[in-house]
Ligand binder design. Structure first.
Ligand code: DON
Length: 590
């Protein structure tokens, strides 16, 4: 059983009803908010943590735009959702600017330190040392979150940085009530997280016991770090006291990140990858994310069939999804990496003619075997080893914001695994990422998500590891944005985002239904259909008859946080109920 993809079962978030920190309007959301969309005629914020969504919604109400709200939410999540919200990680932000009708992709992915090298995670036998790659001081890339959020706010926000960061500082300084979800996640990871003295100090009680639901978590060092970031517009993190604390942390254990690495960190504004699926335009994150490329590639293949008539999650439908996924992920293993180091064939992979050849290679009655599928654009050798399954439940987090002027933000950021490497910067109060594991440490050898890569995603100094994060914005036939979505889930992110889009467009679901519907996933290797418990026994049996490998249920896949604009112009916010604590919060006043 693919236990490794098991994500916490969803249950209603009682914090919505009980936390005194929440205003009446937020409490009104109640458990029903998870089954129905939250509706607004002004603005909306949806994130994995309702306190952070509320921070964003209050920034909208104070006159901020979608970017101000996103930056405020991002900094708030760094306080209230330490397993994935972060200062010590990186991510991607897609921004739609209503006035210029432009979509911008802000890349604030972590970069390998200058002293990083290709074989740094190989042991004496030449095998990948997974502990070193995932849970050591070497696991961290140079963090990009602070630079990314600040650049976004500075370039496209309306309010001051002081204003948008203040709620996060208050939450860190005054504390907030631990949610059931946070209590559980800290308790189950106690052994791993207490290996690091600073992490133990920051996230556990003085006697080493875990915080309980409703205990208060005050983060003084984090509050001070946020304050320094606020007053120096981020310079402190990359050149000041926080930078020194990061480097001291590295030097205590022989880590590689230096003052020069921090000073040289750069955010890149990229052109999103955009393409059409039937009547709708979809824009998503370009490389170094594989998300946008393969989202469009799979949709291009699927466009050639009448999916609606097959019925949602019928075997015939899932067969087409899976065969498209299999081919896209085979290509991912060979062609995708940091475009600043290797040319990524984005145009070829997203070409409708290429999709047609892939579609024609699919037998509609019979499953193909992944071992027979080669990356499609060349004759290169297929990697030989069989991927292992990931050992650790993982976290990343997505949030979407929308303002009354029609600006939209779709942002996914991460520490990679839950609580990243598990190592905190002592004196600074935040966790470091383990994003170096997203590189391919050895061609053909799987990373934490069973994903294989080659030289294009090999480790090189100053390079960004390949990502699957897929912040996405979809547009209607008039070119107006109608959907912002994205998800955590490592390798499963791209297929999850695709199913949200298909559920809305092909099966006419509202965004809350589209979010709740059972998901499937395939990633070429291992050759297995991952699926959620809601998949019907009939579909499963028919898929097996077609020759698909389909083991036990994979638990829950991802946690999307979406905003959908319906034809009446209203915003429908849908927080995913798969992971507790998420919330859609509507802006209260215009
Ligand atoms: O960038 C990536 O693709 C991964 N580091 C994302 C990790 C992730 O989604 C874990 N969350 N469930």
């Amino acid at each position: 059983m693919h236990k490794t993809l098991i994500i916490l079962a969803a249950y209603f978030c009682s914090i919505l009803q009980t936390s005194p920190a929440l205003s009446d309007s937020t409490r009104l959301l109640g458990p029903k908010a998870l089954a129905h969309p939250v509706i607004s005629e002004a603005g909306m914020v949806v994130s994995q943590d309702v306190l952070a969504s509320q921070v964003g919604a209050e920034i909208l109400a104070a006159g901020g735009n979608a970017v101000d709200a996103a930056v405020a939410t991002g900094f708030a999540l760094a306080v209230t959702l330490p397993r994935a919200g972060n200062l010590g990680g990186g991510g991607f932000m897609l921004v739609y600017l209503a006035e210029s009708k432009k979509t911008i992709a802000i890349d604030y992915r972590e970069m390998a330190p200058a002293a990083a090298f290709k074989d740094m995670f190989l042991d004496a036998e030449g095998d990948v040392d997974n502990t070193k790659a995932r849970f050591s001081i070497f696991s961290s890339g140079v963090p990009g979150t602070v630079a990314g959020l600040i650049q976004a706010q500075n370039s496209y926000g309306k309010l001051s940085l002081k204003q948008v960061m203040q709620p996060a500082i208050n939450l860190a300084r005054n504390g907030f009530e631990i949610s059931p979800d946070m209590a559980d996640s800290l308790s189950t990871r106690r052994e791993r997280l207490q290996k690091d003295a600073a992490t133990k100090k920051y996230f556990y009680k003085k006697d080493g016991s875990a915080y309980q639901y409703r205990d208060r978590l005050v983060q003084k060092d984090l509050a001070n770090t946020l304050r320094r970031i606020q007053t120096t517009a981020g310079d402190d993190f990359y050149q000041g006291k926080t930078a020194k604390l990061i480097v001291e942390q590295m030097q205590r254990s022989g880590g590689l990140i230096s003052m020069e690495d921090l000073a040289n960190y750069n955010v890149v504004e990229r052109t999103p990858v955009c393409g059409d699926f039937r009547q709708h335009r979809i824009c998503a994150m370009p490389p170094p994310s594989s998300g946008g490329v393969h989202l469009l590639q799979m949709l291009n293949i699927l466009e050639g069939w009448d999916l609606q008539s097959l019925g949602h999650n019928s075997a015939a439908y899932i067969h087409r999804l899976v065969e498209s996924m299999r081919r896209a992920y085979a290509d991912r293993s060979l062609y995708l990496g940091d475009p600043d180091f290797f040319p990524v064939p984005v145009a070829q992979l997203t070409d409708k003619r290429y999709a047609k050849t892939l579609r024609e290679s699919i037998n509609l009655d019979k499953a193909s075997r992944s071992e027979d599928i080669q990356p499609g654009l060349s004759e290169n050798e297929r990697p030989l080893s069989t991927p292992s399954q990931q050992q650790e439940s993982t976290e990343t987090t997505h949030f979407s914001t929308w303002d009354r002027w029609g600006n939209v933000v779709s942002n996914t950021y991460t520490l990679n695994f839950s609580y990243g490497s598990g190592i905190s910067v002592d004196g600074a109060g935040f966790l470091l990422n383990n994003e170096m594991d997203d590189f391919s440490s050895k061609p053909g050898f799987p990373n934490g998500y069973g994903l294989i890569g080659g030289i294009v995603n090999g480790i090189q100094p100053n390079k960004r590891p390949l990502s699957s994060m897929t912040p996405t914005i979809m547009f209607n036939t008039e070119g107006d944005p109608i959907l912002a979505t994205g998800s955590p889930g490592g390798s499963t992110i791209i297929t999850i985002v695709m199913q949200i889009i298909l559920n809305v467009l092909e099966f006419d679901m509202g965004i809350a239904e589209a979010t709740a519907a059972s998901r499937v996933h395939h990633q070429w290797l291992p050759d297995n259909i991952y699926y959620e418990p809601g998949l019907s026994v009939d579909s499963k049996a028919l898929l097996q008859k077609m020759g698909h490998i389909i083991n036990d249920s994979s638990g829950r896949l991802g946690a999307t946080q979406s905003i959908y604009k319906t034809v009446d112009g209203r915003l429908h916010g849908a927080a995913d109920s798969r992971r507790q604590g998420a919330g859609a919060v509507a802006q209260e006043s215009r």
